[in-house]
Design a protein around this ligand. Structure first.
Ligand SMILES: Nc1ncnc2c1ncn2[C@@H]1O[C@H](COP(=O)(O)OP(=O)(O)OP(=O)(O)O)[C@@H](O)[C@H]1O
Ligand SMILES: [Mg+2]
Length: 271
């Protein structure tokens, strides 16, 4: 069966959760916190150089699912992940896999900007140093500048690179965290409500940035803002009570969803 036929036969999730030649591929993902199951049998592919938005009511499992994608759930003792999760040909849950390089390949930006208590320069230089991406100071300088430029922050901070990262505004701190993430040249960037602590102007800047970054990176973003999902993403995945209900092209999800639950959510009947 080709992908179109597989998608057509799909029963649990409506729409098109599967893709040809995806960047990441998840099958039968279940997640438990102790005895309590939080994610139920999710099958989903994430396309290369695409933005996928994950939406749904609070507590439906968006953050839990996102954290599976770079094994951030490993840091939660009671959390258990089952199923097959692949980054291209790499089994993400292979017990022999070192998670440090995995998290360089699949970086993460959190809800609350969390710069290290270090200078702006050192925030960005930290990852490349740890991962041995630069041997000389000039190389490191170049990575720092390029990353800050890609994050749309260079002009605002170039004269204060050795000032503290925490001295920036919230929106600047979030772009600093994005610069820090892209400094190690990830392939995938996970973002969990990256704009929820930002004002509308800072949000617009980060959204613009996401659009630019998607030319070179694969991005999965969790958001409570349907306008944001509509503006930045190519595909949208709707979660409800731990199940993946629908995945479709973003425009379709917001104009003509296939599932009644998706429609109820996007028209504001719950959330
Ligand atoms: N560390 C944890 N320990 C126990 N249960 C958890 C933990 N984190 C999440 N859960 C539970 O898993 C379920 C999914 O939570 P999750 O945080 O993934 O939802 P979410 O969709 O991201 O919600 P929100 O939109 O509010 O951020 C919820 O029932 C939540 O209570
Ligand atoms: Mg969440």
């Amino acid at each position: 069966m080709n992908i179109a036929e597989q998608n057509a036969e799909y029963e649990t999730t409506v729409g098109k959760p599967l893709l040809n030649d995806p960047k990441m591929s998840m099958r039968g993902v279940d997640v438990f916190y102790g005895d309590k199951q939080a994610i139920f049998g999710v099958d989903l592919d994430i396309g290369r150089n695409q933005v996928i938005a994950m939406i749904g009511p609070s507590g439906c499992g968006k953050s839990t699912f996102l954290r599976c994608l770079n094994r951030m759930n490993d840091t939660i003792d009671i959390c258990r992940v089952q199923g097959k999760l692949m980054l291209e040909s790499q089994d993400i849950y292979d017990p022999s896999l070192d998670v440090v390089p995995l998290r360089a390949r699949v970086g993460m930006v959190f809800q609350k900007p969390n710069p290290f208590p270090k200078s702006i320069y050192d925030n960005v230089a930290y990852g490349p140093k740890v991962h041995g991406l630069a041997t000389r100071r000039t190389e490191l300088d170049e990575i720092v500048e390029t990353s800050l430029r890609k994050a749309g922050l260079w002009n605002e901070v170039k004269d204060r690179l050795h000032g503290p990262g925490t001295g920036l505004s919230g929106g600047q701190q979030q772009r600093l965290c994005i610069a820090r993430t892209i400094a190690v040249s990830p392939e995938v960037i996970l973002m969990d409500e990256p704009c929820s602590a930002l004002d509308p102007i800072a949000t617009a800047k980060v959204e613009e940035l996401i659009a630019e970054l998607s030319e070179n990176f694969t991005i999965a973003i969790v958001t409570h803002s349907m306008q944001q999902a509509a503006r930045v993403s190519h595909r949208t995945a709707y979660f409800h009570l731990g199940k993946l209900i629908e995945v479709n092209e973003t425009e379709k999800v917001f104009t003509n969803p296939d599932h009644a639950l998706t429609e109820a959510y996007i028209t504001g009947r719950f959330g």
